[in-house]
Ligand binder design. Structure first.
Ligand SMILES: C[S@@+](CC[C@H](N)C(=O)[O-])C[C@H]1O[C@@H](n2cnc3c(N)ncnc32)[C@H](O)[C@@H]1O
Length: 447
């Protein structure tokens, strides 16, 4: 990365500023214009806008620029809810109204399905949306002591940079943390270990805000007591992490057990730990689960496979409908927690297995049978290795939840063009407002 940045800097930038008319918007949320037959990606510009730009990087294939002045604004332009929207790389769409944000995400999904997967959905599902600010319950905050500025930066990277942005609040994070970045910065600045804390992991549940401080050196007694005071004053749970995830320990309160979230509509409760995968947006998660239940139309006594099941976030609600559900997940720790969550919720018709789904799966017992319905919710890389097994399991319906439309489209192409499924419907779920991330869902039916 460092090398690439170096090469880009070495290349002479075209003369700027330049006035131009923005032609389109990329899926990353940058304005697109062609100048002298070369694509220029412009941070902060919207389609149809006349803007004055300054070049920031140049490669042989394209240039990059940022807006210096909006000469004629788009009707879709809004005042960003966050004062740091222009510099912080966490969000790239804050200057675009939220309806339009959803529209471009939907277009990205439809176009990916069409161009990458060569498939078209019969129907576009209504968008699932929720609050556009304060929605994020999970985050990794970067921390860096900058001697020259005599301060500690806490937050996210600058746009297209490895440097942390100088921000003092974040509007998409739950405000209990998002509005405490300055306080965190001041706290760490006052620690002996201020140069040895690279990140804070944030995990919020139905009740508590947990901050896990990663530290590269042992903390002094004075640092420990400052952290405890901060936890008490700000009502945070603070944990310390000296090495890998297994080294995470409570600092305050000492007897903190675990986090937990509830799906109110199902009356199901999940225990989890701060570093476990959980969906970042609890409101959208509840709506997404309700939609998956509707779409799969589970009948009692059906056999259902839930791939990439994590803590059982979908598995337990599906099992509650009376189906026998088999959850498959790569992390043994998450599988153990899924089993314990099933027991705590008195759910006996769910079983879980730890399996790496990117490997060859011949000989796996759960693959040697057929299923009525299948749900999968893979990571961004999708389910390329798994999808060929999946096509042969006989399911009448497959619901695919995705956080990357391009890999969903690739896998959809395999199901439709090689295994005789039809893409009944697809749609977006606004899990990450103001960012360019697209969460989507697709429903396949065996023809
Ligand atoms: C997007 S998360 C979904 C988790 C769960 N469905 C939920 O809603 O909380 C993807 C899950 O896939 C798991 N995973 C990632 N790579 C995997 C692999 N190669 N094999 C099996 N599971 C994997 C992760 O541990 C994570 O739990």
């Amino acid at each position: 990365m460092g090398k690439r940045r170096g090469r880009r800097r070495a290349r002479k930038l075209p003369d700027s500023p330049v006035d131009c008319l923005i032609e389109g918007l990329t899926t990353e949320g940058r304005g697109l214009v062609h100048i002298n037959d070369k694509a220029v990606f412009v941070d902060g510009a919207l389609p149809g806008e006349k803007v004055k730009i300054e070049y920031t990087a140049s490669t042989s294939k394209y240039d990059e620029a940022k807006v210096l002045e909006v000469i004629k604004a788009s009707n879709d332009r809004v005042e960003p809810p966050c004062q740091h929207a222009n510099i912080c790389g966490g969000c790239s769409l804050q200057h675009l109204n939220t309806d339009k944000q959803i529209e471009i995400k939907q277009t990205a999904l439809i176009e990916s399905l069409e161009y990458i997967g060569k498939v078209k959905a019969d129907e576009i599902l209504p968008v699932i949306s929720g609050p556009a600010v304060g929605y994020r319950y999970k985050a990794r905050l970067g921390v860096r002591y900058v001697a020259k500025k005599e301060r500690v930066l806490v937050g996210f990277r600058e746009k297209r940079s490895n440097f942390l942005a100088l921000i003092d609040q974040c509007e998409v994070l739950d405000s209990r943390v998002g509005h405490k970045l300055s306080a965190l910065s001041a706290l760490i600045y006052g620690l002996d270990a201020r140069e040895h804390i690279p990140q804070i992991e944030v995990a919020i549940d139905d009740k508590d805000v947990v901050l896990v401080f990663r530290h590269l050196e042992a903390l002094s007694d004075s640092d420990l007591s400052k952290l405890v005071d901060f936890a008490k004053n700000e009502n945070f749970v603070i944990m310390l992490q000296s090495g890998g995830p297994k080294t995470i320990q409570n600092l305050w309160p000492e007897d903190f057990k675990n986090l937990s979230y509830s799906l109110k509509d199902q009356d199901i409760h999940f225990d989890f730990d701060a570093n476990d995968f959980t969906q970042v947006n609890p409101q959208i998660n509840q709506k997404m689960i309700n939609r998956v239940i509707d779409l799969l139309d589970i009948q009692p006594d059906e056999k259902v496979l839930d791939l990439f099941c994590g803590l059982g976030n979908f598995t337990l609600p599906l099992a509650q409908k009376g189906a026998h559900v088999i959850g498959i997940e790569g992390s043994q720790e998450l599988v153990n927690k899924a089993i314990s969550n099933a027991t705590k919720n008195n759910i006996t018709n769910a079983e879980f297995h730890a399996v790496d789904l990117s490997l060859k799966l011949e000989g796996q017992r759960w693959l040697g049978q057929t299923y009525d319905k299948i749900l999968l919710d893979p990571p961004r890389s999708g389910a390329m290795e798994m999808i060929h097994y999946l096509g042969k399991l006989g399911a009448s319906k497959i619901v695919y939840v995705s956080c990357q439309p391009t890999t969903l489209a690739r896998d959809a192409g395999v199901l439709v063009n090689e295994y005789g499924y039809r893409l009944l419907s697809a749609g977006v779920m606004d899990m990450f407002p103001h960012t360019a991330h697209v969460e989507s869902i697709a429903v396949f039916e065996k023809v």
